[in-house]
Structure formats: C-alpha cells, structure tokens
Design a protein around this ligand. Structure first.
Ligand code: NAG
Ligand code: NAG
Ligand code: NAG
Ligand code: NAG
Length: 337
C-alpha cells in the first residue's frame, strides 16, 4: 500500500513539470511589448510563453537572456519561456557572436484594479472639460503602495475616424487631450473610447471609459458682477460661443454667512433656485452662491462662486443694531426662494 502511494507521487511530480501549459491569450501592447492574460484557474502559477527573436533569424542559433543576466537554456529563433508568479521580464536574443538582435518585454495582465484608486461605483478615471472645443482632461489618483506608471494610452472615436491626441502631464496624474476633428456645432453621434494601460512591475491593468464631450462638460465658475441692486451672472470666458447656441442654466442659493470670511456654498443648506436669466435681485445682507451647468444636458455642475456683500463699519453697526428685529425677515427671504 505504502509503495503504491509513493509511486503515484513520483509520477504526479513528473507530470506536473512536463505539463506547464502554453498560454492561449496574449497580445502586443506596443512594439516589443507582449502582454499575457493571466488565468490562474486555467494555467496555475506557471505558464509557457512563446517568443520569437525575429523572422529574419529563422533557423539560426540564437542565445537568450532575461534582464541581460545569465544565458537561458534556450536555443533557436522560437522559444518558450516560463512565466512564473507574474514575474515577467525583458528577454533579449543574441547571435552566437554575442551581438544584440532583438528583445521582448513580457508583462502580465490581471483583472484587478489596484494601481490607481477608485471603486467600480465611483469609477477610477474622471474626465472633464470646460467647453465644447474638443479639449478635455482625465484625472486619476495613484495608490501610494504601488509604484505605478502609464504604459500606454489608446484613444479613438467609436465610429467615425477621429484624430485625438493626448499627452501625459508632468505630474503623471492626468492626461490632456484634444479631439482635432471635433465639431462643436454638430450633434455628437459617437463616443470617445479611452483605454489607459497602467503598469506596476510586470503587471498591467487596463481601464476603459466611454463618453461624449456632452457627458463631461463642466462650466468654469460664473462671474458675478453687482450693478446697483442687481447681480449680473456672466458666462465664464472659457465657455463656448455663441452663448445663444450654448446656453447655461444657473443654480442660485441665498445664504447668510456673516462671520466666516469664506462662505462654503456647497456645505450650506438652503433652497436652491434655478434660472437661465442672467440677472438676480440682490437682497440686503445675503450672500448669493451661483454655479452653472450646460443648459442642454445633464452634465456636471461647475464649482460655486459667490457674491458676499461688503459690510462697511456702518453696515455692520446697522446690522448689529437691527439684528434683533430684522433677523426673521431675512430668514423669510431665504425661504421665499
Ligand atoms: C523584434 O521583435 C518584435 C516582437 O517583440 C517583432 O515585432 C519585430 O519584428 C522584431 N524585430 C526584428 C528586427 O526582427
Ligand atoms: C474601445 O477600445 C478598446 C481598446 O482598444 C476595445 O477593446 C473596445 O472594443 C473598444 N470599444 C468600443 C465600443 O469601440
Ligand atoms: C491630427 O490633427 C493634428 C492637428 O490638427 C494634425 O497635425 C495631424 O496631422 C492630424 N493627424 C491625422 C492622422 O490626421
Ligand atoms: C476651451 O477651454 C480651453 C481650456 O481651458 C481653452 O484653452 C480654450 O480657449 C477654450 N475654448 C474657447 C472657445 O473658449
């Protein structure tokens, strides 16, 4: 009985070494970069990856090295390297004289999303623009525990032949893009398809987004100008023209913030008024918060701007003096909104 068990074990071990599977799913990310789709359930932690030095070197005696270290026990133009536990690497091939011929970086694509921060609900990459010029930016936040970098950015229009160029900002936390073929005056029929490939060690993670400019347009801050007792709500300079073709809608919130130097419009609860008019009557002692949204879509609201009346010494005195009797009236104003 004991002999039988030992015998079986030996056979199994041999079978395991000889049975490393050849990877079925792999693709070229860019020149000299091969990405293997990880599938532990299919292959286990080891998998064979086919590499070719080059078509021109068929039939030659070729030498292979990993990370330019010791020679691997592999010969010929077409070889299989063992990928173990996500340890990719740069495989370089040489002729027998030791001259460099070519190289391939082997990377592993897994399904996790760990290199940048986010959740499936909130998303990972956020794109935004302040007008309909075809310009936009996409942002993300690195996870501090992983040394991540952008390996590749792929961006296309879903149907039409677009021409979108992107560049990585020096902070490496955003890309700035321009759709050169974008026409602001025509209805946007197709989607922008953005895929960013992030890399950490030999791991590749892919992040895909599809959106239209009209989904991500977020106007800059509204300018507020006081004229007598009217507040004029002015379109941001960066907004697309003509304004009649690109109307904005405004949210207006009247709050009282006497003591705080800065009024945080987003945190103050108050009834919000909606208007497309560019005039707002100013009420005594009230701070007016305003933000804008594209008037024709449901894209994000811009940041709040506010108009806070300047209290002169006299105003303040008067205010203090009248606070007892006029407080209720002001609250009444806020409720009327
Ligand atoms: C080098 O290898 C790449 C694949 O990694 C291949 O596309 C390319 O044609 C090779 N270059 C030459 C000169 O054979
Ligand atoms: C978006 O781009 C990715 C990467 O190129 C591609 O796999 C996917 O099929 C594209 N999706 C659409 C809807 O075009
Ligand atoms: C894309 O647009 C830019 C700027 O207009 C231009 O320089 C470039 O040649 C265009 N590329 C293609 C492929 O059309
Ligand atoms: C659109 O916004 C970009 C970025 O702020 C700016 O450079 C460009 O001038 C704006 N376009 C128009 C028409 O204002």
């Amino acid at each position: 009985m004991n002999f039988l068990v030992i015998g079986v074990l030996v056979v199994l071990q041999d079978a395991a070494v000889g049975s490393i599977k050849v990877v079925e799913s792999y693709w070229t990310l860019k020149a000299n970069e091969l990405v293997v789709d990880e599938d532990m359930s299919k292959y286990g932690s080891k998998v064979l990856v086919p590499l070719v030095c080059g078509e021109a070197f068929e039939g030659q005696n070729i030498i292979w090295k990993r990370e330019n270290k010791e020679e691997l026990p592999l010969h010929g133009n077409r070889v299989f390297v063992i990928l173990e536990e996500r340890q990719g690497g740069t495989y370089t091939c040489y002729n027998t004289e030791g001259n460099y011929l070519n190289h391939t970086l082997v990377l592993v694509h897994w399904r996790y999303k760990k290199i940048i921060k986010g959740t499936p609900q909130k998303g990972y990459i956020h794109c935004s623009t302040n007008n309909y010029s075809g310009f936009f930016q996409c942002f993300w936040t690195w996870d501090e525990t992983r040394a991540g970098k952008v390996e590749f950015v792929q961006i296309t229009r879903s149907h039409t032949v677009g021409n979108i160029s992107c560049r990585l900002e020096p902070s490496e936390s955003s890309i700035t893009c321009q759709d050169h073929a974008y026409c602001p005056y025509a209805e946007e029929m197709d989607h922008i398809n953005l895929t960013i490939y992030f890399r950490s060690n030999y791991i590749i993670e892919t992040y895909n987004l599809q959106f239209q400019i009209s989904d991500i347009v977020k106007p800059d801050m509204v300018h507020i100008k006081k004229k007598n007792n009217i507040l004029e709500l002015q379109y941001p300079e960066s907004w697309s023209t003509p304004f009649s073709y690109f109307p904005l809608r405004f949210q207006v919130k009247e709050i009282r913030c006497r003591r705080k130097r800065n009024c945080d419009c987003s945190k103050r609860r108050s009834k919000v008024g909606l208007t497309q008019k560019q005039q707002w009557p100013l009420k005594y002692g009230v701070t007016v918060c305003v933000r804008a949204q594209d008037g024709l879509t449901n894209s994000p609201w811009g940041e709040w701007n506010w108009y806070k009346p300047q209290m002169t010494a006299q105003d303040t005195q008067g205010y203090c003096h009248r606070s007892g009797c006029n407080m209720k009236k002001w609250m009444g104003h806020a409720k009327e909104l």
